[in-house]
Design a protein around this ligand. Sequence first.
Ligand code: NAD
Ligand code: ZN
Ligand code: ZN
Length: 402
Amino acid sequence: MRAVVWKAPFQVSVDEVDDPRIEAPGDALVRLTTSGICGSDLHMYEGRAPMQPGQVVGHENMGVVEEVGPGVVSIRPGDRVVLPFNIACGFCFNCARGYTNACLTTNPQGHGGGYGYSGMGPYRGGQAELLRVPFADFNALKLPGKPGDEFEDDFLLLSDVFPTGYHSTEQAHVRAGDTVAIWGAGPVGLLAGLSARIRGASEIYIVDCVDDRLKAVSEMGATPIDFRKGDPVQQILDLREPHRRNVQELREGSGKKMPGVMCGIDAVGYEAWTHDAPGEEQEPTQAIEDLIRITNATGHIGLIGVYFPEDPGGVDDEAKKGRFTLSLGAAWEKGLSVEMGQAPVKRYNVYLRDLILAGIAKPSFFVSHRLPLEAAPDAYEKFDKRTQGYRKVLLKPNGLAA
Ligand SMILES: NC(=O)c1ccc[n+]([C@@H]2O[C@H](COP(=O)([O-])OP(=O)(O)OC[C@H]3O[C@@H](n4cnc5c(N)ncnc54)[C@H](O)[C@@H]3O)[C@@H](O)[C@H]2O)c1
Ligand SMILES: [Zn+2]
Ligand SMILES: [Zn+2]
């Protein structure tokens, strides 16, 4: 089969590799109809996460079941399915409690398995024609309809970024009426915004520096904040001024002491640009530091953007080991809660699928490209440079490219 293979930093190619096969009774083989390129793939693309040459990449996968092992009972060849990027067993201590992001069975090197990803076990990715799915009964979410229908791209986003965006609103404790600030208007930040809207947030601000991503923020009805125009924290404080007088200052002075938001989400991670030189200079704690400033006392912060324990391209020796200096004192003094880590996709995907089917969520609104597998090397390069127009690239390995 044809597959996207990681060769070296900034180098992927579409190669002929062996077809996957059923290796265990619970496996299924899926013929991919759509596989996304994710912001998370870019860390490996840039050599900012340890990677073996020859690895087939791609963790955002959906398609049609081609074959099942003898132990599979709930899906059959011909079924349309989407797979969480976490590969989970369903029966270990963590899976049983809903933490499929930290499955203890599927990754021989530690906790948490995944397709085609650094440190997440020996599994090939799905930017390919075929994919082996372990523990298929537990991992495959069945989908109605036919490949290429109006929901194809919405369903693909159930593999990662929609549940991931939703999980960040859980980490940040977003409830009806809450005020929310999100750093990063990539796919994860935008779907964190959509999730905050679904959960009834009253104000949603999303910060970035890329024009067409900020445009997508406006399109979804949230407030875009362009950090090239000045300190994003101050911009949000200025915009909140009237709200704060209307809402929080019903008792004299209380709004002045709570001028920021109650919920902050970091959808950027350790590859954050500095305010002054976006696209040129990185400061791994830029987003976190801004969030500590903008989040009110007693508020909640979710770190959904990635921070790795090892970063060969880190800005200094400490960053190379995943160690950062933070304003912990300011966060403690405010009594902030901070939650972080990988999203347990399985916990949410069935509910989010049903929001799509009910017409309440259309997460694919920002998808910009639907390309054949062969276009992957060029698409990686453009998406990595945050080239205007490249908001989200979906690969169509079996003929559905637009
Ligand atoms: N926790 C999880 O389970 C999970 C799952 C998927 C993705 N992620 C991570 O989430 C993050 C975002 O993913 P994505 O696909 O949206 O990636 P992306 O790279 O497309 O988006 C990141 C955005 O942040 C912007 N940005 C950079 N510096 C900034 C700053 N200082 N302030 C505000 N915005 C800034 C960039 O311009 C870009 O638009 C990545 O770190 C990714 O690895 C985590
Ligand atoms: Zn992803
Ligand atoms: Zn498990």
